[in-house]
Write a protein that binds this ligand. Sequence first.
Ligand code: ATP
Length: 234
Amino acid sequence: MRLVVEALETGYGKAQVLFGVDLRVAEGERVALLGANGAGKTTLLRTLSGLLRPWRGRVRLGEVDLRGLSPARRARLGLGHVPEGRQLFPLMSVEENLRLGAAFLAPGREKEGFERVYGLFPRLAERRRQLAGTLSGGEQQMLAIGRALMGFPRILLVDEPSLGLSPRLAEEVLLALRAVAEEGVGVLLVEQNVALSLEVAERAYVMEHGRIVLEGPSQALRQDPRVREAYLSL
Ligand code: ATP
């Protein structure tokens, strides 16, 4: 199943933020969306998951045109979203937070979801009864990713997972996304940590002022003088 975005435009009120964005993510693929603060990355993810309405353009998941579909319907079709800031419930346990991600699944699948998430993140299994608010930043990010995985997404949108984490934890979380993709899930990773994202993703897009200005295999982008100068400070 492939996520295909064509000529997408949107904004807030009269202020246009996205201008003709084209992007693709295939199942099992790791794709990074890079760009400075305010480039429009979060706006794009929120439009894809149905939280913002597009002005123009098309978003398809497999054969389905997502136009007008609610966020819940998109989730059921296989589009997972790990929002910026994690949005966990701090006074609920790890397990209760995870269960929320499975709310729309058939009851039998919840167990399968727990096994999968605890397999990927053994530390969450150890802390399953602990309140989410008492976890470390890295563990909270793993929990946010785990909660989205409980819905068995085919494509997972992940917004700034390394934000506020130490370099070591950021690396651990991004490497976990590699394991997610190995299970066949397409991952669209939004990041300001360009060096680390280019290590984790196979392919990347660079967004500036609401437009995709560069795209290509991560290895090629790492060598691109524009990327080296603007994002890698080399
Ligand atoms: P960041 O890394 O800071 O999240 P970003 O690339 O994700 O940056 P967006 O958050 O998508 O960027 O913001 C893109 C533009 O849209 C910015 O100019 C921002 O000020 C504006 N914007 C974002 N959210 C809103 C909102 N709710 N209302 C009005 N303007 C907004």
